[in-house]
Design a protein around this ligand. Structure first.
Ligand code: C2O
Ligand code: CU
Length: 481
């Protein structure tokens, strides 16, 4: 499959479409388990981060050299039950330092995997054991927090699924980790990580899309089947807007957190980097029919993600009618009326107007920032590393409403560690579902209010999840004590 480039029109790195592959498969769901035991409710996993190679781009292309967990992209699916404890021993077989961050999970601060801020990075040849309980069910993922713009782009990421104590009834529960890669014609990853152009524009948008680390071919389904699809956007920068022709996906969770089941707005499931959505799709069409799942986020650059193909034999006459509402997770309910309010401004980037910023404690011009490889600010400050003065100091147990203002010409998926928040309004209008999220996608110039109880003590990252923007300064620390 081909994805035309959004940025760098001069660099035409297209993969030859692998034609003629007549295999009909269901997608790999990446459920290979590492050594795991269930002693005293502790689920143990081993993750080795190491260089490897995988067949990303089909049989007609060479294997792609990647960095991977346990030799596979995505890495081992960690799948546990709500209330379990997880112990993961991470072995760093890379030539550089790394850490693992458990995206969206409300872990103790020391287990959050942020280099220098919450732990010493794991040196090459060394290992580190993470251990924490999982209070909430949902769809999460893990990835390095060290040089994410390269480590994640090279393939270091994996799904982390926490099953509900009482799961909803579906015929199949599938995880699709979406990614896009910047591949050269020889199917190898382009080495231009952290380029200033990517950093100051929309980030490293790739040209080759994968589901669970493979070029998607055909997704086989059956009439009457009910599928729960856990979508995870592991791309550095690409935003997906998925359309399911002929079907009406119902969203049951955002970022792992239950939401009142509702049809996807405009039939589209929009996922910024790091975001997740759990959707339920009833296969309401006839045997032998086929439909396209397309991604149309970038205007004029739509493409088919995968063909959804009905098999000859129906599963049942009519779809299931049982409830698909998930039971609530354990986040404390924010007390909006008694909340303390703060403003957060996101600034910088190309076409954002002239600006100045603080960098390393000094007031500098945009040009000076750019000379130092920085392009973005939060409340006027461009981060130069993970350790910095807190942008906000919050009192443990209090409710906070943060008004996030995107003062730039670009989209930003803004992520807070250690907490989930309710998105209560956008551009002054209350949101319909007051959805819990850990990453909120903000359109250019958009304003959003988020509310949460600061109940998890520690220094927490608050940053854009376009990894190039994060490296370019759009990162801050929120202290809860
Ligand atoms: Cu998914 Cu700060 O990370
Ligand atoms: Cu951003």
């Amino acid at each position: 499959m081909k994805i035309r480039k959004k940025t760098h029109p001069s660099r035409r790195a297209f993969i030859a479409a692998s034609a003629g592959l007549a295999v009909t498969t269901t997608l790999p769901v990446g459920r290979v388990r590492a050594a795991e035991t269930r002693d005293m409710g502790i689920r143990e996993y081993d993750l080795a981060a190491a260089p490897g190679s995988t067949r990303l781009a089909g049989q007609s292309n060479p294997k792609t050299a990647v960095w991977a967990y346990n030799g596979q992209v995505p890495g081992t699916e960690i799948r546990v039950r709500q209330g379990d404890r997880i112990r993961v021993s991470v072995d760093n077989q890379l030539d550089e330092e790394t850490t693992v961050h458990w995206h969206g999970l409300r872990v103790p601060n020391v287990m959050d995997g942020v280099p220098h801020l919450t732990q010493k990075p794991i040196a090459p040849g060394k290992s580190f054991t993470y251990e924490f309980g999982v209070p909430d069910a949902g769809t999460y993922w893990y990835h390095p927090h060290q040089r994410g713009f390269e480590q994640v782009a090279r393939g270091l990421y994996g799904p982390l699924i926490v099953e509900e104590k009482e799961p909803i009834r579906v015929d199949r529960d599938l995880t699709w980790v979406l990614d896009d890669w910047r591949l050269k014609p020889d199917a190898q990853i382009s080495g231009d990580f952290g380029s200033f152009h990517d950093m100051s524009h929309s980030g490293r948008v790739g040209n080759f899309m994968t589901i669970n680390g493979r070029e998607p071919k055909k997704f086989a389904v059956r009439s009457g089947e009910r599928i729960r699809l856990r979508l995870i956007n592991a791309a550095n920068a690409r935003i997906f807007a998925l359309n399911f022709a002929g079907h009406r996906p119902t969203i049951i969770a955002y970022d792992g957190q239950p939401v009142t089941p509702h049809e996807a707005p405009q039939g589209q499931v929009v996922l910024g980097p790091a975001m997740r959505a759990d959707i339920v799709i009833d296969m309401t069409n006839r045997p032998g029919e086929s439909f396209k799942i397309t991604d149309t986020f970038y205007r004029g650059m739509g493409y088919t993600v995968v063909d959804l193909a009905y098999g000859a034999v129906p599963l049942r006459d009519r779809p299931l009618e049982s409830s698909i509402a998930l039971s609530a997770n354990t986040m404390p309910e924010p007390d909006i009326t008694g909340a303390e309010r703060h403003n957060v401004q996101f600034g910088g980037g190309m076409m954002g107007g002239m600006m100045r910023g603080m960098m390393g404690g000094r007031r500098v011009s945009m040009r000076d920032m750019m000379r130092n490889g920085k392009a973005w600010t939060i409340n006027g400050v461009a981060a130069t590393g993970h350790v910095m003065d807190p942008l906000l100091k919050l009192l443990r147990g209090r409710t906070y409403v943060l008004t996030l203002n995107n003062d730039t010409a670009w989209h930003h998926p803004i992520h807070l560690h250690g907490h989930s928040f309710r998105v209560i309004s956008r551009n002054g209008k209350p949101t319909r579902h007051r959805e819990w999220q850990d990453t909120v996608l903000m359109a250019p110039r958009e304003r959003a209010e988020i509310a949460f109880v600061a109940d998890n003590p520690g220094d927490w990252m608050f940053h854009c999840h376009v990894f190039e923007h994060q490296a370019g300064g759009m990162m801050g620390v929120i202290r809860v004590s």
